[in-house]
Design a binder for this molecule. Sequence first.
Ligand SMILES: Nc1ncnc2c1ncn2[C@@H]1O[C@H](COP(=O)(O)OP(=O)(O)OP(=O)(O)O)[C@@H](O)[C@H]1O
Ligand code: SF4
Ligand SMILES: [Mg+2]
Length: 387
Amino acid sequence: MHPHLSQGASTPPPAAPGSGPAGSGRGPAGDGLNGNGPNGDDRGGDGPGRASSANNGAPRNAEAAPIPEGPIPEGPILEASGVTLVYRDGTRAVDNVSLRLRRGEILGLVGESGSGKSSLARLLLGLARPGAGTVRFEGRDLASADRRARQALRRRAAMIFQDPVASLSPRLRLGSLLREPLRIHGLPLREGWPAALAVLRAVNLPEAILEKYPHQISGGQARRFAIARALVLEPSLVIADEPTAGLDLSVQGEVVNLLTGLRDRLGLALLMVSHNLPVVGAVADRVAVMYLGRLVEAGAAEVVFRTPAHPYTRALLAAVPRLRPGGAEAGPVRDVLPGEVPSPRNPPEGCHFRTRCPIAEEVCRTVPPRHRTGEGVEVLCHKPLVR
Ligand SMILES: Nc1ncnc2c1ncn2[C@@H]1O[C@H](COP(=O)(O)OP(=O)(O)OP(=O)(O)O)[C@@H](O)[C@H]1O
Ligand code: SF4
Ligand SMILES: [Mg+2]
C-alpha cells in the first residue's frame, strides 16, 4: 500500500459490461508492465536493437511473480550503460547512451522531436531490447533476469506513455482499466483496490469516473488517469513520456505538481521526457539532452540551464526566451537551430551535430567527440562552451 495515501474507501471495483471476464480485454500493453500500453506505437524492430512488441515476455494472465529475494541493492535505481537501439529500417534511434537515475530523483530528458527520447524510455523499461549495452533496474540486469524476475521487477517500474488515450482500450471502462495491473500481477482485489482508489483520489479524479469509457473523458482526465493507473502497483520508478503534452497550462501545472508531490511523498524516481523546457527546468534535479540518438549533455539541471556546455543545449535553451542563457534580453532567437535534422538512418560522420553547429571545425567532421566531464556535467563535444 502507499503509505502516504489515505485508504479509507474500499468500494469494490465496478463491473465492466462489455469487457467480459478478466483477460478478455486488451491488457495494459498486455505486458505485465505496471502502466499503460502504447496503442499504435509499437512498430517493432529487428535484429540487434530489435524493438520488441510491448508484450515483452510476460503473459497476460501470468500468476503473481514473487519479488526476487534479498535486499534491494544500494546505488542507482536505474542504470543504462552504452545502450543502442537500431530499428529494422536502420534507424539508429538510440546510440550508445549511458545514464543513471537515483532514488527520489527527477531526471528530465529533452531534445527535439525524433531525437530518440521515447525509444530510450522503452529501452529503459525493457519494452525494447538493446542491440548493445545493458540496463540495470535496482541493480539487476534486465536482459539476464529470468521471466519471473523480470515481471517482478516490472511491477516496480511504470511507464506513462506519450498518448494516454491511445494507451487505454476503448472497450473497457476506467474501472476495469484501473484494476487490470492488479490482475496481471496476481494481486487480490481486496488488497489492491483500496490503494487503487487512493491513487485515483491523489490525481483528483472522482470515483464516478470509473464508470466511464476512455472516449468519455477529457485529455487532462485521461492524462491523470494514466498516471493513477501507473501508480496502482506502487512503483519505485516512473517514466513519464511527455506528461504535459497537449494540456492547458493550468492542467500542466496540476500534472507536474502531482508528479513532484508523489516523488516527495513516496520517494519514487521519475524520468520525465518532455519538449517543455520550462517545465523540466522547474522540476528536474538533473537533465539529459538528446540529439540524434546520442546524449550530448547531462548534469545538474540548474548548471545545465544556467551555463549549457553543448552548442545544441545552448541553442535549445536560446529558443525559449525566459530560459535563454544570459537572460531573456540576450539576443534574438532567430537561426538558433539552423538547418534540417539529419536522418537518424544516416547520421553525419564525426559529431552528429556538426551540420547545424555554429562553431564546428574540421575535427568535428571526422572524429566523433567523447564525453568530457566538468562541474558534474558530461558533455559530448570537442569544444564545450564551458569547461
Ligand atoms: N518502431 C520504429 N521503427 C522505426 N523507426 C522508429 C520507430 N520508433 C521510432 N522510430 C524513429 O526513431 C527515431 C526516434 O524516435 P522517438 O519516437 O524515440 O523520438 P522522440 O524523441 O520520442 O520524438 P518525439 O519528441 O516526437 O516524441 C525517429 O527517427 C523515429 O521516426
Ligand atoms: S563536436 Fe564540434 S560540431 Fe559537435 S557540437 Fe562540439 S563544436 Fe559543434
Ligand atoms: Mg517521443
